[in-house]
Ligand binder design. Sequence first.
Ligand SMILES: Cc1cc2nc3c(=O)[nH]c(=O)nc-3n(C[C@H](O)[C@H](O)[C@H](O)COP(=O)(O)OP(=O)(O)OC[C@H]3O[C@@H](n4cnc5c(N)ncnc54)[C@H](O)[C@@H]3O)c2cc1C
Ligand code: SF4
Length: 489
Amino acid sequence: MSRRLLFADQLGPHFLDDRRQPVLLIESKAVFRRRVHHRQKAHLILSALRHRAAELGDQAVFLRAETYGQALRKVREPLEVCHPTSRRALDFVRGLDRVTVLPERGYVTSLADFAEWADRRRGALRMEAFYRFAREHHGVLLDGGDPAGGRWSLDIENREPPPKDGKLDVPAPPMPKEDDIDAEVRADLDRWEREGIRFVGRDGPRRFPATTKEAKARLRHFLRHRLAAFGPYEDAMLSTDPWLAHSMLSSSFNLGLLDPMEAVRGAERAYRREGAPLPSVEGFVRQILGWRDYIWHTYWYFEAGWRTSNELGARRSLPGWWNDLDADAVDAHCLSDVLAGVRDRAWVHHIPRLMVLGNYALQRGWRPAELVEWFHTRFVDGYEWVMTGNVVGMSQYADLGRMTTKPYVGGGAYINRMSDYCGGCRYDPRKRLGEDACPFTAGYWAFLSRNRDRIPGNARMARTMKQMDRLADLDAVVAQEKRRGSDPP
Ligand SMILES: Cc1cc2nc3c(=O)[nH]c(=O)nc-3n(C[C@H](O)[C@H](O)[C@H](O)COP(=O)(O)OP(=O)(O)OC[C@H]3O[C@@H](n4cnc5c(N)ncnc54)[C@H](O)[C@@H]3O)c2cc1C
Ligand code: SF4
């Protein structure tokens, strides 16, 4: 049996054919020299890799080197590797003799099945259509041939604002216990920093699973205790509770520790056997079988140039306070709290990413390519493949709507409805002009005014543009936001 090279995001048992298969693991320091990572992300990657090496013992050759190339020069035997997760890594392994590249693992639908489905379709490749295909193809949440509950998406029953008392009645997710390997990683990272490798964000206890065992424990706890509240509070934000009922499993899927189909089947079992509410179960399944896979597949199916799209012509560089995660420089309560979440945990859930961070960057006209790099390196679950769809496509609308029908841009009213942030803020979400004008509300109109000729027309946008034309103070709002520019709001 050939030795299998496992990249650091292919660490679970489902990346091997046989429990005794010989393995090659490589830890490359150059990855951390090349880009500035969040300290907790670097910790998680190294911890997961070293835990896997320890688990495999003699079964694995574990090489620590500056680069992958240097490590591979030490290995003489033929190797095989599962399809890597970035174009750069794929080109690299394809360029090596002695290495056989196998089909991908770690996603639900295969690349071949997606391509066949996509080739058959005319028009836009929307997530909703792919999700329906995947449900049918894999037989998930079906009663006969029909969707359980009668509809493919039960999202309309989700999307509740946060509870008024600021507390969600679910137990907190279990946190992993650090061990000697974590202590060694922490000491190494301290030393690397002294040697000049730069990290951002604060160090802190490891909050995300580094082994398959830890990831499975988090999944079990989620399915039993937190899944029921997932759907209703999926879009809510609370300053007092960053996790709400989210699964906090993205880094485990993306490190390859957890097979996504295990989570999908587990959620379906919770519905069928334990009476978990269908809107929550369907919502969770849609995130994994639908969104996660869709983002993965479009990364490969669309052309490589999609990644550098900038159709709105956003020209500003990310400011220093944003790059350094300097939450204390920011007065706007929502943005300050979310940025502090990235600084302190390298994770916030989907809506703060989309409607606070991404929304703000979009309104300010920051370069999508820089934002891609920022999300990639500052989040525990950030990887090349997951960036293009989420950041370029969904959040920045830099491709003019390959994935979405309109830009995800919103004012303070949305944040006010879906969070407890505005009450404690020096700005007023209803105001667009003046000292206490909400930077999101004012930024929303300034964005629309700046991009009115670039955003393709459709019925929903036409209504918004008409509303904008009726604003008597639009010029003053635009001038105000020009002055604010990229300064911390
Ligand atoms: C601007 C932006 C950047 C993002 N960057 C990343 C990223 O770097 N890595 C990442 O895994 N996700 C990313 N996402 C998607 C999503 O925000 C995270 O997957 C999610 O917040 C992780 O928390 P969770 O595990 O508690 O997810 P839950 O809310 O519990 O959802 C369950 C799972 O669904 C999957 N999922 C849901 N939506 C997406 C999506 N749009 N793309 C990929 N997977 C999805 C994740 O694996 C997640 O663990 C991004 C979204 C936006 C808008
Ligand atoms: S008022 Fe505006 S800036 Fe302040 S928390 Fe609300 S949305 Fe954020």
